[in-house]
Design a protein around this ligand. Structure first.
Ligand code: NAD
Length: 462
């Protein structure tokens, strides 16, 4: 596949300071499809300097012009959506229809939403005898994971551009080609040199150098809680703004009045999409004891139907990790009703859609983020029991509630310790704030709440 052998810094592709490279592997057939440079502290420093130099002019650019550049970026993403989908499929392994609809489609929606918000946001307001200005935070260090490679980039870069910030992006090592394609799109959209910069590289090298760089004003990180904790500590020590979008272990709560078949079917599909590599996936399905056996049968059937339509996991390490979790579930007494730890194919990092029944809330598969196509059915006795189980993990990123009556579902959702809840299968809204309670993170992405993360306020009194 096409790959740049340099970094996108100050509006041009430049050779990396060192010679190290990172191989990019297609997880469906385990073949190396490209190599990208493994940047280090020197590359990060050059990118941060470029971003800092570009900051005054971009921050002073009228919001309408920033909006026009984001709209142009959206248009390039639309024009190149097939190429984006093919690239994501090649390096992440997602089936092409899913890459087209979600991996290429959602970033177009999000970029479009920020073109609108940049033009309409109140960057200035009157409060009594004061004028309050929302000003850009400055240089943003964005560190992103591989599971939604373009969405997670756009969810940071679009609001940062709208706010008037400049950016250095360090994408995940598994999916750098999508990030390079995005840098091309930014260039084509006419975003001025230095406003957006890309450094590919390893997390503990390039990522850490970016998080620690004193020329960065805000670190926006999406990834694991373990790395997020480190980045939060580094940012705290430097008294630097930080946004953390971390892991999840979300509950899908099916109340007895719900349409059980629909709730189970949508719930299983929610976990299997992207091969279970979704931080907000509803990996714990909570079912009333009176409907439990029926839900188990429906879930097993839904997972079996998924069969071959599921893509591989991203890499060999995740493949081993997820299969290890399935073995752990069996060892702790959960009952496999679909899938299992055996690799279904000889080649590629595939795991079968897996359903566990008889899962108790304290089991490892009910507490830890598996990040694979595994759903656990947990039995509850009454609503308070369901709430206790739903809230009984260190995470609080997302969730779902199903009930016959919307008001009943809303009343339950309001008691959940989580940042986002879908009611009876609610649709994706690119303007709805997304982010975690508890150890799922700090801050929000998307919509005006996401934009506010990249702004700081100044008040003038008259
Ligand atoms: P990860 O934390 O290992 O890596 C994420 C990014 O951080 C990568 O770019 C990586 O190179 C970089 N990184 C790694 N070590 C670093 C360090 N010491 N300093 C700076 N940067 C470093 O996570 P992952 O395995 O790539 O992604 C999966 C995780 O991401 C899951 O836990 C998932 O739940 C989480 N996630 C959360 C969200 C969300 O919005 N809350 C979205 C997607 C993924």
């Amino acid at each position: 596949m096409k790959a740049h052998d340099g970094m996108y810094i100050d509006g041009a592709w430049r050779p990396a300071a060192g010679r190290d490279t990172i191989p990019v592997v297609n997880p469906a057939d385990e073949q190396v499809i490209a190599e990208v440079p493994a940047g280090g502290a020197e590359d990060v420093d050059a990118a941060v300097r470029a971003a800092r130099a570009a900051l005054p002019a971009w921050a002073a650019t009228a919001p309408a012009e920033r909006a026009a550049r984001i709209a142009a970026l959206r248009d390039v993403l639309v024009a190149r959506k097939d190429e984006i989908a093919e690239t994501v499929t090649a390096e992440l392994g997602a089936p092409l229809p899913f890459s087209q609809a979600v991996h290429a489609g959602v970033p177009i929606l999000v970029a479009g939403s920020y073109a609108g918000l940049a033009a309409s946001y109140a960057f200035e307001e009157k409060v009594g005898n004061s004028t309050v200005y929302a000003e850009p935070v400055g240089v943003v260090g964005a560190i992103t994971p591989w599971n939604y490679p373009l969405h997670q980039i756009v969810a940071k870069v679009a609001p940062a551009l709208a706010a008037g910030c400049t950016i250095v992006l360090k994408p995940a090592e598994d999916t750098p080609l999508t990030a390079q394609l995005f840098a091309e799109a930014v260039h084509e959209a006419g975003v001025p040199a230095g406003v957006f910069n890309l450094v590919t590289g390893l997390g503990p090298v390039a990522g850490q150098a970016l998080a620690e760089h004193e020329g960065v004003d805000l670190v926006s990180f999406t990834g694991s809680t373990a790395v997020g904790r480190k980045i939060g500590a580094t940012a705290g020590a430097a008294v630097k703004r930080v946004a953390l979008e971390l892991g999840g272990k979300s509950a899908n709560v099916i109340l007895p009045s719900a349409d059980l078949a629909k709730a189970v079917g949508v719930g299983v599909a929610n976990v299997m999409g992207n091969s279970g590599q979704t931080c907000s996936a509803w990996t714990r399905m909570l079912v009333h004891t009176s409907q439990y056996d029926e839900a188990v049968a429906l879930a097993a059937e839904a997972a079996a139907k998924y069969g071959d339509r599921i893509g591989p996991l991203v890499n060999a390490e995740q493949h081993a990790r997820v299969r290890g979790y399935i073995e752990r579930g069996v060892a702790e007494g959960a009952r496999l009703v679909a899938g299992g730890p055996e690799a279904p194919r000889e080649q590629g990092y595939f795991v079968s859609p897996t359903v566990f029944a008889d899962v108790t809330p304290e089991m490892t598969v009910a507490q830890e983020e598996i990040f694979g196509p595994v759903v656990s059915l947990i039995r509850y006795e009454d609503e308070d029991d369901a709430l206790r189980i739903a809230n009984g993990t260190v995470y609080g990123l997302a969730g779902a509630v199903w009930a016959g009556d919307e008001a009943e579902a809303v009343a339950f959702a309001r008691r959940m310790d989580t940042g986002q809840v879908d009611i009876n299968g609610g649709r994706f809204n690119p303007l709805a704030p997304f982010g975690g309670y508890k150890q799922s993170g700090v801050g929000r992405e998307l919509g005006s709440h996401g934009l506010a993360e990249y702004l700081q306020t100044k008040s003038l009194q008259f």
